[in-house]
Design a protein around this ligand. Structure first.
Ligand code: ADP
Ligand code: MG
Length: 699
């Protein structure tokens, strides 16, 4: 056999061998996700300084972004109450002095030795008549300025760092990486696409993103690299979808749907047009050989459950089993009871499977799943635990997808038959983000509420005015209405928060709500205690439920009309919206009170004000996304998807759409990526996305 010389691709070499790195720094770099030379090249600046913008201190003016070089004159750290600390650093140049202020960063004291030169960038404010910059961007300059900025040109990159790696060091290392390997950077997009989009080449883009000659050049580099980022992610997601359906058969679902018709007829209401439309979309998928892989979005209370049940029934009457998986035991029980009621007399075996079922019961359900005698099972993640196997699972409906990863979805299947998937979420995801995060799912939307526009008014109240809120609650109680009073529980292990709910319960019983029957519900209670509390509340035996976020997902008590949320600043807006959906489900309009604590800053105030003003869940979710960044929400990060370097799914919606159609076009004309001009794509895809592919599968 011919012996081929395999030249190692310099870009996939370890970054450890780049000049200035070495084994010790490599350990630090890997904390930033940098393992190879290419990772270094893709470690893009988070911002840039323009040297042309450097000013003297005399020109530093309040409210104006100011970048200047100055010398440290004095640094004075100070202890504040409550263990907080503050440091004032006086810096100056030949034209004057200005103060820099830092809170709770005592380690900075070591950096700001007097005489040290520092590059500062930030927006000054006036404080007691003096100019000061609070927590400005800063960079210690060692040696002369040009050397420190590495002669990067007029526009100087500023990188994301990790402790132990200075800005200067990062600039040096990335410059060295570029020097060493820029000649080996190869194109990874087809030439036709480059032409259509007017993109610059990859090598040029990677050089310019670090050392742009002008702001226009930088823009071109960013546009090209953003596109590349989302393009390969889309390919990955679509490839996975093809892989799924190519290798595994889907359960064959076909009419007649007698049970489904009977079910619709027996409902005490008629479905909304949106519900009917989505059921139609689902049915078309079920009957198609490619099967159902759908994400159903619909605001809280839009009636997703019925739609899910409809899909399950159609599949069951074609001879398969159906599973509904939900995130909490309470919710599982609620769905189970309701489903049993709906399907009474249908001759179907419907079962509940949750972790706290007695052993014997569990075993019997387990057996029924295995021998096919259970038609419909409703449960929690207990459904995907070891030892559970279905005879013929035809469909898995997953409620509130954001609690489940991709892997869990995959484990529901078995053998060469892949069940149909319907995932339902009330956290609306802007289309562009959905295409990134759930690129393997089609999207459906229920954009209509059954009872018309449900009104929940949201009011912000400060802690000192809370008495007026309880006045309202008491009035509602006297009219037989019910209320939730909610306390934050960020982490189940956060004992202090849990105590808050428990203590507050006792206090409310003694004080504000004394004389009224109220109950307590939180995540640390046993399942029996929880369902007892919920049961009493549902039956109206208790009027107030003091609780935590356990009520977030799907607890449905139509008579509850008031929700009091304490410390709302601790929650994301999308989560607050979910919570708000718990009230106003019956006849009475809902009222949601946000009782803000002392710690609430201006940023969180304006966030809550936005939330109080806007009732559209999509708008709220977009704002949430904008404020918190896409990595933070919907468990995107936890589920193993790549964190985005350049793309912002919201503001770059346009790029996401173009990439979506370019990848469609590519896979349609050349599914195996075998054409000559597409080799560059498949080479890159294989090389760099093998790891990511595994990541996404593991999810
Ligand atoms: P969600 O989309 O939040 O999961 P659910 O499926 O729990 O909403 O439905 C909320 C409530 O609305 C339930 O009590 C359900 O029975 C009721 N519902 C669903 N569809 C309709 C409809 N078309 N007309 C009236 N009520 C409906
Ligand atoms: Mg629901």
């Amino acid at each position: 056999m011919e012996k081929r010389y395999i030249s190692k691709d310099p870009l996939s070499e370890s970054s450890q061998f780049v000049r200035g790195v070495g084994p010790a720094r490599q350990v630090l770099l890997s904390r930033l996700g940098i393992g190879t030379v290419e990772d270094l090249l893709l470690h893009v600046p988070r911002k840039y300084y323009d040297r042309g913008d450097l000013i003297t201190i005399s020109k530093v003016a309040p409210g104006k972004l100011s970048t200047f070089v100055a010398t440290v004159l004095a640094a004075s750290p100070r202890r504040l109450r409550g263990g907080r600390s503050m440091m004032t650093v006086v810096v100056g140049d030949e034209t004057g002095t200005v103060n820099l202020v830092f809170f709770n960063q005592p380690y900075l004291e070591k950096q700001f030795k007097s005489g040290v030169r520092v590059l500062v960038s930030g927006e000054p404010v006036l404080y007691k008549g003096a100019r000061q910059l609070v927590s400005p961007e800063h960079e210690i300059i060692s040696g002369d300025l040009n050397r420190s900025l590495l002669d990067t040109g007029r526009i100087v990159p500023v990188y994301p760092l990790t402790s132990g790696i200075s800005q200067r060091m990062m600039r040096k290392v990335i410059s060295a990486a570029l020097e060493k390997s820029s000649n080996s950077i190869r194109e990874n997009l087809p030439s036709g696409l480059l032409e259509r989009e007017g993109f610059i080449g990859r090598r040029e883009a990677l050089c310019q993103i670090h050392h742009p000659k002008s702001w226009d050049d930088l823009e071109r580099a960013r546009a090209r690299l953003k596109f590349e980022e989302v393009f390969f992610l889309h390919l990955l997601l679509k490839e996975r979808r093809c892989g799924f359906t190519r290798e595994r058969r889907r359960p064959k679902v076909e009419p007649p749907y007698g049970m489904f018709e009977r079910f619709l007829g027996s409902l005490p209401f008629t479905l909304t047009a949106a519900q009917m439309r989505v059921i139609g979309e689902i049915r078309a998928d079920l009957e198609d050989s490619r099967g159902l892989n759908r994400l159903l979005q619909g605001d809280v209370g839009s009636g997703k459950t019925i739609v899910g049940l409809a899909a399950m029934l159609m599949t069951v009457e074609s001879g398969f089993q159906a599973a509904l998986m939900v995130p909490t035991e309470i919710l599982a029980q609620q769905h189970y009871q309701r489903t049993q009621r709906y399907l009474e007399g249908f001759g179907l075996r419907v079962e509940l499977l949750i972790g706290s079922n007695p052993k014997q019961e569990k075993a019997s359900v387990q057996k029924g799943l295995g021998d096919g005698s259970v038609d419909i099972v409703i449960g929690t993640h207990a459904l995907i635990q070891e030892g559970i196997s279905f005879k013929q699972l035809g469909i898995a409906v997953i409620d509130e997808q954001h609690r489940f990863g991709v892997r869990q979805r995959a484990t529901l299947g078995s053998g060469d038959v892949l069940p149909h998937f319907l995932v339902m979420t009330a956290t609306p995801i802007p289309r562009s983000l959905a295409q990134i995060v759930y690129g393997d799912l089609e999207l459906s939307l229920i954009d209509e509420l059954p009872t018309g526009k449900r009104s929940v008014t949201t009011e912000i109240v400060s802690r000192d005015e809370v008495e007026s809120v309880y006045q309202t609650v008491r009035e509602a109680f006297s009219r037989g209405r019910q209320a939730f009073v909610l306390y934050p529980l960020v982490e189940e292990s956060e004992r202090s928060d849990l105590l808050a709910a428990t203590q507050e319960f006792e206090r409310l019983q003694r004080e504000e709500l004394s004389g009224f029957p109220i109950g307590l519900l939180h995540g640390r209670m046993s399942f029996e205690e929880k369902s007892k509390a919920i049961g009493l509340f549902r039956e109206g035996k208790i009027l107030g439920l003091v609780t935590t976020t356990v009520i977030e997902v799907g607890v449905d008590v139509p008579n509850a009309s008031i929700l009091v949320i304490n410390n709302p600043e601790r929650f994301g807006l999308a989560q607050l919206h979910q919570l708000r959906g718990r009230v106003g489900r019956g006849g009475d309009p809902g009222r949601c009170f946000l009782v803000t604590g002392e710690e609430s800053g201006t940023r969180s105030r304006s966030r809550l004000a936005y939330f109080a003003r806007v009732s559209d869940g999509f708008k709220v979710a977009e704002e949430d996304l904008r404020m918190r960044g896409p990595g933070e929400i919907w468990g995107v990060r936890q589920s193993g998807y790549p964190v985005f370097r350049l793309i912002n799914p919201l503001s770059d919606n346009d790029i996401v759409q173009r990439s979506w159609s370019e990848t469609d076009r590519l896979l349609k004309t050349d599914p195996g990526l075998e054409n000559r001009e597409n080799r560059v794509v498949s080479d890159y895809f294989r090389r760099y996305y093998k790891t990511k592919l595994e990541l996404a599968e593991i999810g």
